[in-house]
Design a protein around this ligand. Structure first.
Ligand code: SPD
Length: 363
């Protein structure tokens, strides 16, 4: 009897110690269903894509330190997860990549009960075709892909893909052009110049786009997704295949820089807040996503990164310079020419192969 009592007291003590340890560890909320915040949140994001003060405010209000790591394109993010990276709580893939990640079972389903601010989203963004009902992700910021340029160099706006691909025009800027280091974006620019869909799966059309990119190499300074705006400002280049906000953010410091959406049309995209199914702290990730959905916070990120917001309630806090800029919020006639990237399924390895061939080809 005495031995049984000692055993019961011993087990009770073990339970108390385990509970104290769980609390002391900040309540990693992945497994046991506890709704406690973790001490740290790991964000894997595009570079310069979140207002640093927003991270400081989140830490001050919730006591959670956000540790940010950056990637340079969607395929790098995918490769990282496929290679078994398990430390990320929130990732920021684009539309077509969300589709791929859902298909590959890489994303957790969101608990909408923890996302009370979802209703702040514009209804145009709240049921995206790549993730119906926002089961896995929440739209973060959106933008277009076009041409960043130094306005001192051009008498007329370089608002055509010809500036990047037509030998007579592009050769005038040899060595002063950058292209996005991004398979779908680079192929899209070439496909749009050729008059094809950005989501073509026709191998002959893809081969033409590849050949055009190879021909263009003679005039390309670099393939880059993170520094092209600095290269423009440093006069290293004069034309950059660009994401809209990156150029406007740099133009705030250097008024010679500007951005054009090509007349032929181009890519419209949205980046999304998603939780990998290996996230250490899913509940904390949802609290963070809900925080980013607050109107003032969402606007702060738009105002910092110069990208358009899918958050309808944020509009009143967004700088009118951004809200009224047609190259950031394009009018309907321009919108009609833009195309969303989609998961091209079995054609993905063909895109990858063509891109490898572009990179491997001599200039
Ligand atoms: N500096 C942040 C850039 C974010 C761009 N994301 C665009 C993805 C388009 N496929």
């Amino acid at each position: 009897m005495r031995r049984l009592m000692m055993r019961t007291i011993g087990l009770g003590l073990v339970s108390v110690i385990l509970l104290m340890l769980a609390v002391a560890c900040g309540g990693r909320d992945g497994g046991g269903g506890e709704q406690e915040l973790a001490q740290e949140l790991h964000l894997y994001n595009w570079s310069e894509y979140i207002e640093p003060q927003v991270l400081a405010d989140f830490e001050a209000e919730f006591g959670v330190r956000v540790i940010e790591d950056t990637f340079s394109n969607n395929e790098e993010l995918l490769a990282k997860l496929q290679a078994g990276a398990t430390g990320y709580d929130v990732i920021v893939p684009s539309d077509y990549m969300v589709e791929i990640m859902i298909e590959e079972g890489l994303l957790a389903e969101l608990n909408h009960a923890n996302l009370a601010n979802l209703g702040n989203l514009d209804e145009k963004f709240s049921d995206p075709p790549y993730d119906r009902g926002m089961v896995h992700c929440v739209p973060y910021l959106w933008g277009t892909t076009g041409i960043g340029y130094n306005s001192d160099v051009f008498e007329e706006e370089p608002d055509s893909w010809s500036y990047l691909f037509d030998p007579e025009i592009a050769s005038q800027y040899a060595g002063r052009i950058t292209m996005l280091n991004d398979v779908r974006e680079a192929m899209s620019a070439a496909l749009k110049y050729l008059g094809y869909s950005l989501n073509t799966t026709d191998e002959a059309q893809l081969a033409q786009a590849r050949d055009l990119l190879i021909q263009q190499k003679a005039w390309v300074y670099a393939y880059d997704t993170e520094q092209y705006e600095d290269l423009l400002s440093a006069d290293e280049i004069v034309l950059a295949h660009s994401w809209s906000g990156d150029i406007f953010m740099a133009a705030d410091e250097d008024e010679r820089l500007w951005y054009a959406i090509p007349q032929e049309g181009g890519v419209i995209w949205a980046d999304n807040l998603c939780i990998p199914n290996t996230a250490p702290s899913k509940y904390t990730a949802e609290v963070f996503i809900n925080f980013l959905l607050r109107p003032e916070i969402s606007a702060a990120n738009s105002n910092y990164a110069w990208y358009a917001s899918p958050n309808a309630k944020a509009a009143e806090f967004i700088d009118p310079q951004i809200l009224d800029e047609p190259a950031i919020y394009p009018p309907s006639d321009v919108m009609e020419k833009l195309e969303w990237l989609e998961d091209v399924g079995d054609a993905t390895p063909i895109y990858e192969r063509m891109w490898t061939e572009v990179k491997a080809a001599g200039p």
